[in-house]
Design a protein around this ligand. Structure first.
Ligand code: SF4
Length: 333
């Protein structure tokens, strides 16, 4: 593990909203502590806008979901930032380091790569990247690939077992390193894809939340890129020229179903730009009284003339013609 940590710049503890907005507007005047990783960020107007947008969205997600405890400035939590070497995790680390440098993230960061011994994995890329950029890190090699290929028939996808093993190892590393959270690079599209996978194939309305506590109850799983569009993440990673490690080394993917959902979402966005954003916002605005889940809403107690908390008033119910128009719209796509 490198002892050098250049991620701590002109940081403060908790700062006011006005100061935070100012910190997001421009680069701090004193950039002597700027993380090495960010020193060669493109200086075009377009890239600066992209960088600010990602900073703003990540900070918003961190605030909205209370990812940083109120006493962080005193207790200084530590996060294990998981890097696979893909565009998402590099971007996650860069944005978190940027926020920290601007004094907007009073958290210690430890970058972590779990080398799962997939054939063809280039073990030298991430250590060289961490070293060059002076990033505090830990690299752990655990051959989960052999376990997965021994247990799962070749024609089936490995992902379910592989990700369970990976998650268990990451929890163990987080505990050993004194971290209170593992931080993952899932973005808006990952969350939408998972939502539709669960809807179409799992029979439940669920996705990946920006924040959860593990089953053991001792660690958080955080997804600060939850509000970020995948296209922004891809543009940022390309602009920063991160040394990307291909994500299909194991030869297994989540199967055709996820690919189909991904394609469907991309087609929708192409046909109606902005639809992904609308759908992502919908995930944050659910109305249990207008769904069918009796465990979330007490339909049995609903009676006319009683105070139902305003929850169960009439929604705008689609008429038959409206439903037909919606069907036609989707059929046309
Ligand atoms: S794509 Fe490969 S590395 Fe990723 S979860 Fe699936 S089996 Fe594991």
């Amino acid at each position: 593990m490198s002892a050098t940590d250049l991620t701590s710049g002109p940081e403060a503890g908790v700062i006011s909203d006005a100061a935070a907005s100012a910190a997001l507007m421009d680069l701090p005047e004193d950039d002597s502590g700027c993380p090495v990783m960010l020193r060669n960020a493109p200086s075009t107007v377009e890239f600066k806008k992209l960088r600010k947008r990602l900073l703003r969205e990540v900070r918003q997600a961190i605030d909205d979901y209370g990812m940083v405890p109120a006493d962080a400035a005193v207790k200084r939590p530590k996060w294990l930032v998981c890097l696979s070497g893909g565009k998402d995790s590099y971007t996650l680390l860069a944005v978190l380091m940027d926020l920290k440098w601007r004094g907007l993230l009073p958290v210690d960061l430890l970058a972590c790569n779990l080398d799962q011994a997939q054939p063809g994995f280039p073990p030298e890329i991430l250590p060289a990247f961490f070293e060059k950029n002076g990033i505090e890190n830990i690299i752990v090699r655990e051959d989960t690939f052999s376990i997965v290929t021994a247990k799962i028939p070749a024609h089936k996808t490995y992902c379910s077992l592989c990700s369970r093993l990976r998650r268990g190892i990451l929890y163990r590393i987080a505990r050993e390193q004194g971290c209170e959270a593992i931080v993952l690079g899932h973005h808006r599209e990952d969350i939408l894809e998972t939502f539709f996978m669960n809807l179409f194939h799992g029979g439940r309305l669920a996705s990946m939340p920006p924040k959860l506590v593990n089953d053991e109850g001792d660690l958080m799983v955080l997804r600060p890129l939850a509000y970020c569009a995948e296209s922004d993440v891809a543009k940022f990673a390309a602009g920063m020229q991160f040394p990307i490690i291909p994500c299909n080394l194991c030869g297994s993917q989540d199967g055709l179903q996820r690919e189909e959902v991904k394609r469907m979402l991309m087609d929708w966005e192409r046909a109606s730009p902005g639809r992904l954003g609308v759908m992502a916002r919908a995930l944050a605005h659910t109305r249990p009284s207008h769904l069918l889940d009796r465990s979330l809403f007490d339909f049995a107690s609903l009676r006319p003339g009683e105070n139902n908390g305003g929850e169960a008033r009439d929604a705008e119910e689609p008429c038959g013609a409206g439903l037909a128009m919606t069907r036609n719209l989707f059929a046309a796509e």
